[in-house]
Each structure stands twice: as C-alpha cells, then as structure tokens.
Design a protein around this ligand. Structure first.
Ligand code: CP
Ligand code: NVA
Length: 312
C-alpha cells in the first residue's frame, strides 16, 4: 500500500524516529541516498507562495538523484479546470512523488485517495508536517536528550495563533515524539478541539502531553523550546490580526518569555515578522536557531521522500 504524509500523525512514533535518524545520516552524507536515480521526477505543486519549501524540495530531489518539477500557483489545471481525482491519476503515471502546498486538507486527502504514488503535504490550512520534521531534527541537534528518540520529555511552547497549521502540527508531531507541547493562544484562536484531542490521545501512548492555555508566561515556564508563527497565515485576511488591537500582541516571544524557559532555544518556521510575533532581539539573538531550522527542511524532506519511496 502506498504511504502518504498528509499530517504529522501519519507517521507512528517509531516511524517518525526512523525518518529523523535518516535525516541526520543524510545531513552528514548528502549524496548517500539516490532513490530517484534515473532520474525520476518529483512534482512540487504550489497553490500558495513559498521560498523555503520550493527550494528545499527542489534541492533535495536533485541531491536524491531525481528531477524536480515545480508547478507554481495558477500554472496547472489542478483543482479548477480538472478534478483532483483525475489530476492524481494522470500525475501518478508520470512522476514518482507529489509534494503539494494547498488550502484545504480535504484536497490532499482526495489526491492521496486517487494517487498510486506518495503524496506529501507541503503545507495546508490545517497542517505543515514537513516543517515539523525539520523542527524536530533541529531541536534534537540543539537540545537532544541523548536517550531514545532524543526528544521525549522536552517541553515545547508555542505562542500566538493556536488555530493555524503550525500550532496543529506542533501538537501532533510533538506528541508523537513524546514531548510536552503547550499552546499559548488567546480565546477564539485556540487549536481545533479534534486536533488537541488527537494529540492528547497520541501523548497518552508516548508519555508526552498536549495542553492549551491563554497565559503566555505560564506556558514559557521551564520550556526547552519557544516557538511562534506569523499572526496572519496565507489566505487569511489581515484585518484585526496584526494591527495595534491584535489579540496576539500579548503572545509576542520576548526576552522576558525566553528568560522564563529552561535555557531555551527559539524556533520559527519563517518568514518572520520582527516586532509582531517575535522581538528582533530574540530571533536575531544567540538562542535563535531559525537558520539551522530552515536548512533542515532539505535534510528532513530528503529523508521523508526516501522513506516513502521505499514503501511504495
Ligand atoms: N517555512 C516555510 O514553509 O516557508 P515557505 O513558505 O517560504 O515555504
Ligand atoms: N502559518 C503560516 C506558515 C508559513 C510557512 C502560513 O500558513 O502562512
């Protein structure tokens, strides 16, 4: 059966650890895996804009011996002039893997239901699971416990829009890794209840935890990792989200929040807005690992594509 990666919990705890281990090996030896030698083509399809995702997938596919085909927003028939089901079947005859950045998670599920090749979520409105593989690799590199998967027991706190794709992916991927995930977000912007419940179900098996609070200081206390994301995600209206009256203002990651942690590192998927979700002194300061995190997109996605290819 073809395996897909549409949301973070598509990988079991053991599988997530396997992919992260492979990512670390590929980081140390970038040309040691050539699953797309031939070359086979990997389609990387965008309904939303991107810098990191498109470049990291393109570079990663090339390093794996393949040929990346980037399809930018508005360049294909997918989803408007042609059904997702037909597009999935056509592309399955032509390429080895599809990574797709789109709006609705349901579209990715429909694509996977009709494809005979791996489908990878390159960001949807609900999840950004490739980013989380890179984040977990980065956390392990900088704050790894040295035991088990290197992540279990670490506390990660997210601040800001608790209902967006990054918050949801931190909940699922962090719980899968056995981490203690805390989401600090204002009322009305807290995670989808089904995602929180799923994270808590996973955490019950892995020894982690998943919790939501409106209190940013409480969330920061003792945390090993502080993370945030833009207050306005792609496709959202800015109105009321990033002005002076923004409900997220109290959730900016500041030096004070960092001081409440346990010698924490700072992560951000980027692009970042200094003075909005994070103080410039934090993201540009010594505890920030955001550029390691960006680089790790390449290594993590190479591992993911290799792992999925072996199971197709
Ligand atoms: N973090 C991330 O996915 O960045 P891009 O939107 O530039 O791809
Ligand atoms: N939440 C952000 C993440 C960007 C990588 C967005 O969806 O725009």
């Amino acid at each position: 059966m073809t395996r897909h990666f549409l949301r973070d919990d598509d990988l079991s705890p053991d599988e997530q650890a396997e992919v992260l281990d492979l990512a670390a090996r590929l980081k140390a030896a970038p040309y040691s895996a050539r699953p797309f030698e031939g070359p086979e083509t990997v389609a990387i399809v965008f309904d939303k804009t991107s810098t990191r995702t498109r470049v990291s997938f393109a570079a990663g596919v090339a390093e794996l011996g393949g040929s990346p085909l980037i399809i930018n927003p508005g360049e294909s028939q997918l989803g408007h002039k042609e059904s997702i089901a037909d597009s999935a079947q056509v592309l399955s005859r032509m390429v080895a893997t599809i990574a797709w950045r789109t709006y609705a998670q349901a579209g990715l599920e429909e694509m996977a239901a009709h494809a005979t090749i791996p489908i990878i979520n390159a960001l949807s409105d609900d999840f950004h699971p490739c980013q989380l593989l890179a984040d977990l690799l980065t956390i392990r590199e900088h704050r790894g416990t040295g035991q088990g998967n290197g992540l279990a027991g670490l506390a990660l706190s997210y601040f800001g829009d608790g209902a967006n794709n990054m918050a949801h992916s931190y909940l699922l991927a962090g719980a899968t890794a056995g981490m203690d995930v805390r989401i600090a977000a204002p009322d009305g912007h807290q995670p989808e209840p089904q995602v929180l419940a799923r994270a808590q179900e996973i955490a019950a098996a892995t020894g982690g935890s998943a919790a939501v609070t409106a209190d940013p200081v409480r969330a920061a206390q003792g945390a090993d990792v502080l993370v945030t994301d833009t207050w306005v995600s792609m496709g959202q209206d800015h109105a009321g989200r990033d002005d002076a009256a923004s409900p997220f203002t109290a959730y900016q990651v500041t030096e004070e929040l960092m001081a409440a942690g346990r010698d924490p590192i700072f992560l951000h998927c980027l692009p970042a807005y200094r003075g909005k979700e994070v103080a410039a002194t934090v993201i540009d300061g010594p505890r920030s690992v955001v550029f390691d995190e960006a680089e790790n997109r390449v290594h993590a996605q190479k591992a993911l594509m290799t792992w999925l290819r072996e199971r197709s």
